[in-house]
Design a protein. Structure first.
Length: 255
């Protein structure tokens, strides 16, 4: 019950923080893609994920000592861009402080605060960078990839184990007596990108809210499945499908 509540809080905080900060990111011109309506951007995004995943797997097998510096560099860059719309170049200061705390303490609270910062920033940036149709295509592709990566190639399980050991903010960590419960940052980010996109490009708070609500409902279903089966499950097929359903219902409601 505690795990479910904590994971729910992180999911919903990611969604509503992203919706709140998205206009600031948009005003700062932080769109990742110039043509927000181009579906090809979704394919580029998937290819980037596959390329980065391949690099990480190679490092895990052959040069694992390089994995942590790589992640720390990427985390520092993400921190910087997360703060950029609000304090400009001074973003370097809180970014370095946060990275120092993360590397020094590895405490679950520092990991979770960092993960929330990263998750909300990434959700906002990609939500203002892709219109709803490209986002839906992206979510469908990611759902298929997640299913294959967990149930077929199973390389996602290898990645999750390695990342969990490093205590870096690509997962939310809920400490437990027997074992820690974790939720990947991507599980909070991906379905909520559609909510930000709906608010940004359709100017529809109703669509955005229904997308979040249905995405959260999908999360509760997913958690129930995990509790019942006692094994890792691909989150994005359920989460993304639920978010898309909420978006479509919002579209019908608004039209």
């Amino acid at each position: 019950m505690k795990d479910r509540l904590s994971i729910s809080v992180f999911f919903l905080l990611t969604a509503f923080l992203a919706l709140y900060i998205a206009p600031y990111y948009s005003s700062a011109g932080m769109q990742a893609f110039e043509d927000t309506s181009d579906v090809a951007n979704s394919v580029y995004y998937i290819l980037m994920i596959l390329g980065f995943t391949a690099i990480v797997i190679v490092l895990i097998k052959f040069r694992k000592e390089l994995l942590k510096p790589l992640f720390y560099l990427l985390i520092l860059i993400t921190y910087f861009y997360a703060f950029m719309p609000f304090i400009g170049i001074i973003s370097a200061i809180p970014s370095i402080i946060l990275l120092y705390l993360l590397a020094k303490t590895k405490h679950w609270m520092v990991v979770n605060i960092s993960a929330l910062l990263i998750a909300s920033a990434v959700t906002a940036i990609f939500g203002i960078s892709l219109e709803p149709i490209p986002v839906i295509v992206l979510l469908a592709l990611l759902a298929a990839y997640d299913y294959i990566a967990v149930h077929k190639t199973r390389h996602m399980l290898t990645l999750a184990d390695s990342v969990s050991e490093m205590k870096i903010p690509v997962v939310f960590i809920i400490p437990g007596k027997d074992r820690d419960a974790i939720m990947g940052v991507g599980d909070a980010v991906m379905p909520n990108i559609l909510a930000v996109s709906a608010l940004t490009f359709n100017s529809s708070p109703v669509q955005a809210l229904l997308t979040v609500i249905f995405g959260y409902a999908g999360l509760l279903v997913l958690l129930r499945i995990v509790e019942t089966r006692k094994e890792a499950q691909p989150g994005l097929p359920i989460l993304n499908a639920s978010a898309i359903l909420g978006f479509l219902l919002g579209f019908l409601f608004c039209h």
